[in-house]
Design a protein around this ligand. Structure first.
Ligand code: C5P
Length: 249
């Protein structure tokens, strides 16, 4: 591959790693963000706020427009309920969705099995299913007050290992725990999706445990969820380009 070609392919790869969360109240605001940034990032994320306000209809609209969508629903319920809700998520045609690893192995295995079976029957691409380990807002004290002993990083690794054993596609974790997960999980295809990313030009907002995009990629993150540094920027596309340049430098 010639140098310019190589640079182009690396650029494409960096771009594909970025997921922009649509953390807004209305479908109209979300459409504006997608229109402005377009295909310059790999995917977009709809979380509980927008899903609750704009609903499944908006998810269908975004998917139909050709956008890769991560539905951040963080399911945690009895195995039957999560499996059946997940089939409905698969029916929406999203690229990826998640559940809480704390729901346990039966919940994760059953969800994977039922979604895979449904997608095969309906000839749909199975969405990637990833598990939340420990929320980045949780501390050792948060775990202790809910009766979970030990430290956050031990619990993250424990839940990441359980997720991998259940055959799920990956986990959501803080970038600070990415290297630990990478070192301990045999499956090198196991995806690690990390929020809590702050480019060198941005403020931390309320994120406490952050890394730059470059550091996160170097420590083994496959996908970086980067919100406010992009969505609150005056020129969102320029912010994306600065981030890509930082990753590549
Ligand atoms: O604006 P910012 O880059 O902080 O947005 C991060 C996104 O990642 C938000 O949508 C937030 O809900 C999500 N997230 C997070 N920490 C987690 C899981 C998800 O910040 N542990």
């Amino acid at each position: 591959m010639s140098e310019p070609q190589k640079a182009f392919s690396e650029m494409t790869k960096a771009k594909d790693k970025i997921i922009v969360p649509l953390d807004v109240e209305t479908a109209g605001e979300a459409r504006k963000i997608i229109d402005e940034i377009g295909n310059e990032v790999g995917a977009y994320k709809i979380g509980l706020q927008l899903f609750t306000s704009a609903g499944a209809g908006f998810v269908r609209e975004v998917v139909a427009s050709g956008v890769k969508l991560f539905l951040d629903v963080k399911f945690h319920d009895i195995p039957n309920t999560v499996a059946k809700a997940s089939i409905e998520v698969a029916r929406l045609g999203v690229w990826m969705f998640n559940l809480h690893a704390l729901g346990g192995s039966e919940m994760m295995r059953r969800t994977l099995e039922e979604v895979a079976e449904f997608c095969e029957k309906e000839k749909l691409q199975r969405p990637k299913i990833i598990a939340v380990t420990v929320l980045t807002s949780s501390t050792d004290e948060t775990l202790a007050e809910t009766g979970i002993g030990g430290k956050v990083n031990e619990q993250v690794l424990n839940l990441a290992e359980l997720t991998a054993k259940c055959g799920l596609d990956g986990v959501v974790a803080s970038p600070l725990e990415t290297a630990l997960i990478r070192e301990n999980i045999e499956n090198k295809e196991f995806l690690i999706v990390t929020p809590g990313i702050r480019p060198s030009f941005a403020t931390n907002d309320d994120q406490k445990r952050v890394m730059t995009p470059k550091e996160a990629v170097e420590s083994g993150s496959d996908y970086l969820v980067i919100g406010r540094p992009i969505t609150k920027a005056q020129d969102k596309l320029a912010a994306v380009k600065r981030i890509l340049a930082e990753i590549e430098e």
